[in-house]
Design a protein around this ligand. Structure first.
Ligand code: GAP
Length: 511
């Protein structure tokens, strides 16, 4: 199956099985806004729990907050978002479609990289065991030509972004012959900057309306609370503040389902450190965050690092963890060394001292910040796309979501074989044993085979079937989602087995 078809299937599956619905669907939806359904919200909450506990429970020096979405408008002036939170946009005159100029160029560079990968694949087949990849990519003339091209475009592109040279961004698109994927033409408009923040009014117009913004990142809620938390929590540097919450961006190119949304959730942590020590903490958090991802058990090859060529206005180092979505490797999480930019700016704009007195060095300073910022919805999409499998079982086939058991929306389904003879009553007793500790589902409708398929499709790791033998010897069959194997288990062992394999601690202990 090609990746485009796979992605379409995942989107359809999300809707069919109650994971994600288009927002306001009965009114034909709202572009790039989505609602999470009955299974989606459980998976999302489990991802949040995994992140929240990994941050605030496993790190004694990291605490959590929940700040408001609305903030004083000066926050966004101070942070630079009013003046600098822009995307360079370009329109194709034939298709009337709008694109981010930087994304068009990045995708073009990615295509050249794919050409290198193809050359490597071809050579691997040709040379067999004697193939030396390192030697090949550093000597093959065609590969060298592609690499040189990538370097040239990257350098020029980075400079154009850094100097806000919109004309040169357009020139790169024209000179590289980048075409609109819809019309296939190169008939481009000028490049313009577009601010991504949504604004609204606070209070009634008569009382003197005040324009405020829906926060485009949760981070600023942490910066403006730095002093509150440091003082009330008597926090000593280095320490972190974590937060999960909604963020809003008026994304113009909003495609790829929940990958790029206008309303989304971020899980961010700001780590406050001594000036001069930020790059060492930056490395520390890079390693820690990758470990968090890898503990989910998806192949390591699905993740890669991407170094930012163009640094945001506040950063002195930045890397992304990219994930291989069905539409290619894309950013999942950003790890940024944000210097003292934000706190210094808030000092300047608020007129309040935002400092830390370091007892060890006997100095007072504005702390530096290392930030880890991950999109919750993107993590959801990463988990779903890595878990989605279509399996051929001879006569039949099944769709199974191999979601890590600790994240699965439903941990166990309790299924009486038939709706009579006392089996539903015993199944209900089993539900009562399990339901206080884990999310379970009771189902008695349809054949047992159909019920297994439905549970596979929503990623339930265990199905517990109650049959007539259960009434005689207090055993049930326990069916494993991934292998479809079944074993007979005594009812009094069920709780321990299911709990131990699906518990959040199984993930947390890997960190
Ligand atoms: N505080 C830093 C910050 O917001 P960012 O790279 O702009 O950095 C962090 O965003 C993460 O938020 C991204 O890595 C991505 O996972 C997620 N994210 C950003 N924009 C998004 C969007 N429009 N839809 C869904 N997730 C988004």
């Amino acid at each position: 199956m090609n990746q485009e078809d796979l992605f379409k299937k995942i989107v359809a599956h999300c809707k069919e099985y109650g994971f994600i619905f288009p927002s306001s669907e009965i009114y034909d939806g709202l572009s790039a806004v989505y609602d999470y359904g009955q299974n989606g919200v459980q998976l999302k909450n489990n991802i949040k729990e995994y992140w929240w506990k990994a941050m605030t429970q496993l790190n004694e020096e990291v605490v959590g907050i929940d700040s408001a979405i609305f903030m004083h408008p000066t926050v966004w002036k101070a942070s630079g978002h009013v003046d600098e939170f822009n995307d360079p946009l370009i329109d194709n005159k034939d298709s009337k479609k709008r694109y981010r100029a930087d994304v068009l160029i990045e995708e073009h560079i990615e295509k050249i990289r794919e050409k290198i990968a193809k050359e490597v694949e071809k050579a691997k087949k040709r040379f067999g065991d004697s193939f030396n990849e390192e030697m090949f990519v550093s000597t093959n003339p065609r590969v060298l030509e592609y690499k040189e091209k990538i370097d040239k475009i990257t350098q020029r592109f980075t400079k154009a972004l850094e100097t806000n040279d919109l004309e040169d961004l357009r020139n790169i698109i024209i000179e590289e012959g980048i075409i609109c994927p819809i019309s296939g033409s190169k008939n481009w408009t000028e490049v313009r900057q577009f601010n991504l923040m949504f604004d609204t009014k606070l209070g009634s117009v008569a009382e003197g309306a005040n324009t405020i913004y829906l926060r485009p990142e949760t981070a600023q809620g942490i910066f403006v609370n730095y002093l509150n938390v440091q003082k009330t929590g008597r926090m000593k540097i280095p320490f972190g503040i974590a937060q999960i919450g909604k963020a809003f961006r008026n994304e113009i190119v909003a495609r790829q389902f929940i990958f790029r949304m206008r309303e989304f959730e971020q899980m961010e942590m700001q780590y406050f450190v001594r000036p001069g020590e930020e790059l060492q903490w930056f490395e520390y958090w890079k390693e820690k965050r990758l470990k968090w991802h890898l503990a989910l058990g998806f192949p390591e090859t699905k993740y890669r690092w991407h170094k930012h060529e163009k640094l945001a206005h506040y950063a002195n180092a930045a890397y992304d963890i990219e994930f291989e979505f069905p539409f290619g490797f894309k950013e999942l999480e950003g790890i940024h060394s944000r210097t003292d930019f934000d706190l210094s700016q808030h000092e300047k704009f608020s007129g309040k001292k935002i400092r830390y007195f370091d007892n060890e060095t006997e100095e007072s300073y504005v702390p530096y910040v290392v930030e880890t910022s991950i999109g919750l919805d993107r993590t959801f999409l990463a988990v779903l796309s890595a878990s989605y499998k279509e399996e051929n079982l001879g006569e039949e086939s099944r769709v199974v979501l191999s979601i890590p058991p600790a994240l699965a929306p439903i941990k166990a389904a309790v299924l009486p074989l038939v709706k009579k003879d006392g089996l539903p009553e015993l199944a209900r007793e089993i539900m009562d044993i399990l339901k206080y500790e884990m999310n379970c589902m009771y189902e008695e409708k349809d054949s047992i085979g159909k019920r297994y398929r439905r549970q596979d499709a929503i990623g339930t790791p265990y199905c517990i079937t109650v049959d007539h033998q259960s009434l005689e010897d207090s055993t049930v069959t326990l069916r494993y989602r991934d292998t479809m194997q079944q074993e007979r288990i005594s009812i009094d062992k069920l709780f321990d087995i299911v709990k131990s394999k699906t518990d959040m601690n199984t993930l947390l202990k890997k960190l």
